[in-house]
Design a protein around this ligand. Structure first.
Ligand code: GMT
Length: 381
């Protein structure tokens, strides 16, 4: 199949899923065309059967806002025609589903059928989509798509209810490549941990785009409690609007020397397996890809019981779940686990097993392929 993929190529879960999907599809013999405004950050640019088409957005003095969505439609229709694409798969509803809809119409005028699938990731429905100025167009984009998937059952059901959607939505969960996200050899791990925890201290990790929904400051608060009882360090991976507030909080709590702000990292596969625990105290997660990536590396997460997270983490077995903002309980739980290596070890093993049994790319990519076939087969003769 020849598949065009559009996503937000910068830091963010939807871009990660779209890019990893493209890589996995190419590995299974499909030809993948990324159509985005810059190269997706997890793409090296030399992968076989993956082509990248930049969307040039011209500006003119008259435009106060450059019409990216229209430039994207133009590029989608061009790429579809030049490379004979079978379908477009867009990630994040706004504006990508609308651009794809226009591209489909442009192609139709040339006698080319170009169906498109929209994958909903979370904030496109729960935040952006619920904004009055975007709600009608989000609903329209969903209804007009040839296929729609959501990354959890929670998000599927919420979309159907909140937008009064009549068409079916397929729930296809986030995935990881379990051969890439994998526990590290113990001696290499012990050696690499020294960079962050030089004296054998415990090591916690948080990975996000530091938006308010991630509650990064809760991570710092939780860690401050933990560090009072257990010698420990915290790696904060990523960057975004709440970073400076988190830095200020770490200073004011007197733990700045033990909180390591690593910024945006291209390769988290070398960092995640080093940690003992992952912190994901989000206000909302439609799935929680960062926790899955950690779990595949045998690192259990202390997370919040929100959105689709309970579909990933079984509380008390493969991780722990708490109410949003319950910093005291999350800290107490982290301290308990760090002081009980056997329990931490078995929770880590259960986390890895969950990733392997339910969320490996080898299980999930065939679901996308099957869905592509279904959408392509829908065409009236
Ligand atoms: O909030 C983010 O981390 C980015 C956001 C996105 O759409 O780029 O992530 C969403 O998509 C991820 C991948 O499908 C999910 O794992 C995240 O749970 C989801 N984030 C939220 O729902 C807040």
């Amino acid at each position: 199949m020849k598949v065009g993929i559009t996503c937000y190529p910068t830091y963010g879960g939807s871009g990660v899923v779209a890019t990893e999907l493209g890589i996995e599809l190419a590995a299974r013999g499909h030809q993948v065309h990324f159509i985005t405004y810059s190269q997706p950050f997890r793409l090296g640019g030399r992968e076989r059967d993956i082509l990248y088409h930049e969307v040039p957005v011209s500006n003119y003095p008259l435009f106060e806002f450059a019409p990216y969505s229209l430039a994207l439609s133009t590029r989608m229709a061009e790429v579809a025609s030049y490379y004979d694409l079978d379908l477009l798969h867009v990630h994040y509803a706004i504006p990508h589903s609308i651009s794809a809809l226009l591209a489909r119409q442009m192609c139709a005028t040339q006698g080319r059928h170009l169906p498109f699938i929209t994958t909903l990731h979370g904030t496109d429905v729960t935040l952006v989509g619920m904004d009055r100025s975007y709600l009608p167009i989000t609903r329209f984009g969903i209804e007009e798509s040839d296929g729609v998937t959501a990354i959890s059952r929670y998000l599927r059901d919420k979309t159907l209810a909140d937008f009064s959607i009549k068409r079916p939505i397929e729930a296809i969960p986030n995935f990881v490549n379990c051969d890439v996200y994998t526990p590290m050899d113990p001696s290499a791990r012990a050696e690499a941990r020294r960079a962050w925890a030089p004296d054998g201290e415990a090591l916690l990790i948080h990975l996000s785009n530091f938006r308010p929904v991630k509650r990064v400051k809760d991570c710092v608060q939780i860690f401050a409690q933990v560090a009072k009882q257990v010698p420990a360090h915290l790696m904060l991976v990523g960057d975004g609007p709440d970073r400076s507030q988190a830095e200020m909080l770490a200073f004011s709590l007197g733990i700045r020397d033990r909180v390591h702000f690593l910024g945006k990292q291209d390769s988290v596969t070398e960092l995640l397996p080093l940690a003992d625990l992952m912190l994901m105290p989000s206000e909302l997660e439609s799935f929680g890809l960062a926790a899955l990536e950690a779990m595949a590396c045998r690192v259990p997460a202390i997370a919040t019981r929100v959105g689709g997270v309970p579909e990933l983490i079984e509380d008390g077995v493969s991780g722990r779940l708490f109410p949003v903002g319950d910093v005291a309980s999350m800290a107490e739980c982290a301290i308990g686990l760090l002081k009980d290596p056997d329990r931490l070890q078995s929770m880590g093993a259960a986390a890895r097993q969950t990733a392997q049994d339910h969320f490996c790319a080898s299980r999930i990519i065939p679901l996308y392929e099957k869905y592509y076939e279904q959408v392509l087969g829908q065409r009236a003769p």
